[in-house]
Ligand binder design. Structure first.
Ligand SMILES: [Zn+2]
Length: 338
């Protein structure tokens, strides 16, 4: 319905492509790789046969609903196969060498799709399929950082028992009241150990961007560029960025363009000068560190330092704002965002 368009719609890709063209990035400075349909065998490395078949069935029906907000038309299954196929090929091209890094401009998104179910606009889990493709190409340990405003419950479920893939999600949670309700601070995984990845994937939703109607957060293009820059160095630049959510066309266009500029090696001024975290944000970081430091010894000193700064600040009883703090973790994990 044009008057009430579904937020996850083709205009999202058109808007980003137009922004890249205006910036002279594509066409011009990036090379396209052809999208191929992922095979059933590859899909079954991540999803159950029943799930793969359920998605395929939708190609015979004008419209199908997996959940009230996750629908498919007769072309959706093909689009999902192409999205997953492109992510897999881009992952192996980056790991094996022909591509330096890459941005997968794909839809439907993937991070809510679990082993057995489609949900949250997602049919197949593109990031999970890309991680396994990188491993087939030779990667031993893959890091997936998911900065979509929603918890990637599907990606977490798929890799919960897999110690060769580390999944880190940054998302709104609010005591489980924010969709999909999972991703609490104590969901720490079952195979935690110090980690040194050789391939990095970003599940890049831009629905935490300033102006997004679903996320209602305030991340700027400079913020996304900064996060990309921080992740860029972990695996000697072997970085695959996969589009997930993001529903304000202007916000996703400027954010994706800022991220791709970092991938192209542009050293930008991130303009984060006066940005200060809120008290609530800092409390959340401390809460996460308090739990995670029992599983990552590299975090112990960071927690102690932040905790003492926090206490000193609170005792002075100043304003709601906290001074800017940079947390760098540089032991074997190399870098961990909380
Ligand atoms: Zn999202």
């Amino acid at each position: 319905m044009k008057s009430h368009p579904h937020p996850e719609r083709p205009d999202r890709l058109r808007a980003i492509a137009a922004s890249l063209a205006t910036a002279g990035i594509f066409p011009g400075r990036c090379y396209p790789i052809p999208a191929r349909e992922i095979t059933q065998q590859e899909l079954q490395m991540v999803h159950s046969l029943e799930h793969v078949q359920a998605v395929e069935l939708t190609s015979r029906i004008f419209s199908s609903y997996f959940t009230p907000d996750t629908y498919a038309n007769e072309h959706s299954a093909c689009a999902a196969r192409l999205a997953a196929g492109l992510c897999a090929d881009l992952a192996s091209a980056i790991f094996s060498g022909p591509a330096k890094n890459g941005f997968a401009l794909v839809r439907p998104p993937g991070h809510h799709a679990g082993i057995k179910q489609a949900m949250g606009f997602c049919l197949h889990n593109n990031a999970a399929i890309a991680a396994l493709a990188a491993q087939v190409a030779g990667a031993k340990k893959v890091l997936i950082v998911d900065w979509d405003v929603h918890h990637g419950n599907g990606t977490q479920e798929i890799f919960e028992q897999n110690k060769s893939v580390l999944y880190i999600s940054l998302h709104r949670h609010e005591g489980g009241k924010f969709y999909p309700g999972t991703g609490a601070v104590n969901e720490i995984g079952t195979e935690a150990a110090e980690f040194a990845p050789d391939f990095t994937i970003i599940s890049a939703g831009f629905d935490a961007a300033r102006g997004d109607p679903l996320g209602c957060c305030d991340v700027t293009p400079a913020g996304y560029a900064q996060m990309t820059h921080m992740l860029y160095t972990i695996c000697r630049g072997k970085l695959l960025v996969i589009l997930e959510g993001g529903y304000n066309l202007r916000s996703i266009s400027s954010s994706a363009t800022a991220v791709i500029k970092v991938l192209l090696g542009e050293s930008s001024e991130f303009e984060l000068g006066n940005t200060v975290p809120s008290k609530a944000g800092l409390q959340t970081v401390l809460e996460v560190l308090k739990i995670q430091m029992h599983h990552w010894s590299s975090l112990e000193s960071s927690f102690a330092k932040l905790q003492s700064q926090w206490e000193a600040y609170c005792s002075e009883n100043k304003s709601e704002k906290f001074p800017v703090l940079t947390i760098n973790f540089s032991v074997r994990v190399k870098w961990l965002m909380v």
